[in-house]
Design a protein around this ligand. Structure first.
Ligand code: C2E
Ligand code: CA
Ligand code: CA
Length: 542
């Protein structure tokens, strides 16, 4: 799978995580909100039950107190007319009458058969004036309640409260269908109950219970409902939030797709394809011996040959290749090409050197040593012909490792050159620590060598240093014959630059090498001929 597809899959996975995380969070918030909203409603429901029961009891008690105050305290016909009037005017009161100290009815209005059954407990001297009890009669889950008022003469006035007052169900629909309500008097005298839901049947984690206690009477309401009922109520919201998260997934995936296919990645992929297609090729720039005029070898410089024929210089792609790590493949491929292209030339000329450029990253691990072995071991170019160039321009991260790797290369027979000397970080420290064989003086100093004293001094001291440390020296960027004269005077014996040749493809480089050899031979022959002619002339003169 290509990098791009891997990246794409990763982007989609990240998008899914990014989009589903809010789904869970929103779900959690909605559930909690729904539950606390439902609980609030349940409390309000319980409060309304308690409130209604309290009001009914209070109204009934004050009605009975009024009768007492007005001396309506007997079962006489006169009083019973007043009972009747009150029962009709007070909506909550169904019947009014009198009970004896044993709690048995003595009379009741409207008229009913007296059963002789106690409807209230025995009268106690120290008991409260108001009493509340329950009858067996029931209506829609509510039992009829009895409120009594002690007349302090052994008798009590009583009123029966219609269950219908209590059995009105308040509260929102979504709870009403699932909840159970219980209104109790004292600890366990059930006045009203409604709804089938029971907390025992369900696990407690799914049950919400609201308990409301009356402050006026021993009266309490309990509302029980399943959490799931509350949550079911917000199903619509959940569908909306799921849809929103779905939209978010699409958005994130779209961003992911754009991200993995954006132009920068395009460049990355183009570059990788260019490596596979062998578009990165070696150019060769001769290094000359300025004492003898012979060729010493070359430096290999990379070029990008685009399919349209345009040749791109390393300045335009090297930084990118190094930062992306593509340079490792590119260097490997370029070295392999040198064997194919100039192997024969090097086999015929064992003195020729081939310089390969490495960058700081190559000295972070030993991989390059394996690459060099695989490429040149048993090839037509021997290890003794290879020079590895390390630039001084950028710092080496792990000096100890670099030192060890250089020593290992030298043990194989390779030579190591320090490139761009005088421009960068290392200076003297690099030369000593790394165990360099050759220094390459940067073009910057060669440019001004004729007319700038300080450049001359620098080159002069480099030559001296190289001599003292037993190192070779190469001048870079030589462009005119004056520079060569100056370098000769300073004791530099090797140079490289446009004056001799620009970097060129293998075929031209091979032709250049042959031409240098032929020219030298021709010059030798010419010199020999001249010498012979001079000798002849001398003989003839003699
Ligand atoms: P460098 O290693 O210092 O290479 C010398 C540069 O100077 C080359 O540029 C060469 O064409 C140029 N040059 C040589 N003689 C003259 C001259 O007389 N006048 C002028 N004006 N220029 C001259 P090029 O080929 O463009 O390479 C630039 C840099 O790119 C190289 O500098 C090197 O640092 C890097 N490079 C090139 N090939 C590779 C490679 O295969 N691997 C690595 N890691 N870096 C490379
Ligand atoms: Ca170089
Ligand atoms: Ca250089």
């Amino acid at each position: 799978m290509s990098r791009r597809y891997l990246f794409f899959v990763k982007a989609v996975l990240v998008a899914l995580v990014l989009a589903t995380a809010p789904l869970f969070v929103v779900n959690w918030i909605l559930n909690n909100h729904a539950a606390s909203h439902a609980y609030f409603e349940m409390e309000r429901m319980g409060e309304r039950y308690v409130q209604r029961a309290e009001d009914t009891i209070s109204e009934t008690v004050s009605a009975l107190q009024r009768l007492d105050r007005d001396n309506v305290q007997t079962c006489d016909a006169e009083d019973r007319v007043l009972f009747q009037e009150l029962a009709s005017s007070e909506g909550a009161i169904e019947a009014i009458g009198l009970v004896d100290s044993a709690g048995k009815r003595m009379c009741i209005v409207p008229d009913q058969k007296l059963t002789g059954q106690a409807i209230l407990p025995m009268l106690r001297q120290d008991g409260p004036l108001v009493g509340i009890g329950m009858l067996e009669r029931e209506y829609l889950g509510a039992r009829a309640a009895v409120v009594s008022w002690d007349l302090r003469n052994g008798y009590r006035l009583f009123a029966e409260i219609t269950p219908a007052v209590i059995a009105i169900d308040p509260g929102p629909d979504f709870i009403r269908s699932y909840r159970r309500v219980e209104l109790r008097l004292g600890a366990d005298l059930l006045w009203y109950s409604s709804g089938g839901y029971s907390s025992q049947e369900n696990d407690s984690s799914n049950t919400m219970v609201a308990n409301i206690q009356s402050e006026r009477y021993p009266l309490s309401a309990m509302v029980v409902a399943p959490r799931s009922a509350a949550i079911a109520n917000i199903q619509d919201l959940k569908v909306i939030s799921a849809a929103a998260c779905g939209a978010l997934v699409l958005l994130f995936v779209a961003i992911g797709v754009w991200y993995s296919w954006r132009p920068e990645n395009e460049a990355h992929d183009d570059f990788a394809a260019a490596i596979r297609n062998g578009e990165f090729i070696p150019y060769y720039q001769p290094v000359m011996d300025i004492e003898t005029g012979k060729m010493r070898g070359c430096e290999v410089l990379m070029r990008w040959r685009r399919p349209n024929g345009i040749m791109v210089s390393p300045g335009q792609f090297m930084a990118y290749a190094e930062s992306t790590g593509h340079i490792f493949d590119m260097t490997r491929s370029m070295m392999l090409q040198t064997v194919d292209e100039v192997g024969e030339l090097y086999e015929e000329n064992p003195d020729f050197k081939l310089s390969v450029n490495l960058f700081a990253g190559h000295f972070k691990n030993r991989e390059i040593i394996g690459d060099l072995k695989r490429t040149y071991e048993n090839s037509k170019i021997s290890f003794q012909q290879i020079v590895v160039e390390v630039t001084e321009r950028y710092p080496l991260e792990d000096m100890d490792l670099a030192r060890k790797m250089i020593a290992e290369m030298q043990a194989m027979g390779l030579r190591v050159a320090l490139d761009d000397v005088g421009t960068g970080h290392g200076g003297m420290a690099y030369l000593q620590k790394l165990g360099i064989d050759i220094i390459k003086i940067d073009k910057m100093f060669i440019d001004n060598i004729g007319d700038d004293d300080s450049s001359t001094t620098i080159v002069d001291s480099m030559v001296e240093l190289a001599d003292n440390l037993g190192m070779g020296i190469i001048a870079e960027g030589v462009e005119n014959p004056d520079q060569i004269d100056r370098l000769r005077e300073l004791g530099v014996t090797a140079a490289q630059g446009y004056y001799f040749a620009k970097p060129m493809p293998a075929s031209e480089y091979i032709a250049f090498a042959h031409k240098v050899e032929e020219d030298l031979l021709a010059a030798e022959r010419k010199a020999a001929d001249e010498a012979a002619r001079a000798a002849e002339a001398a003989e003839a003169a003699a």
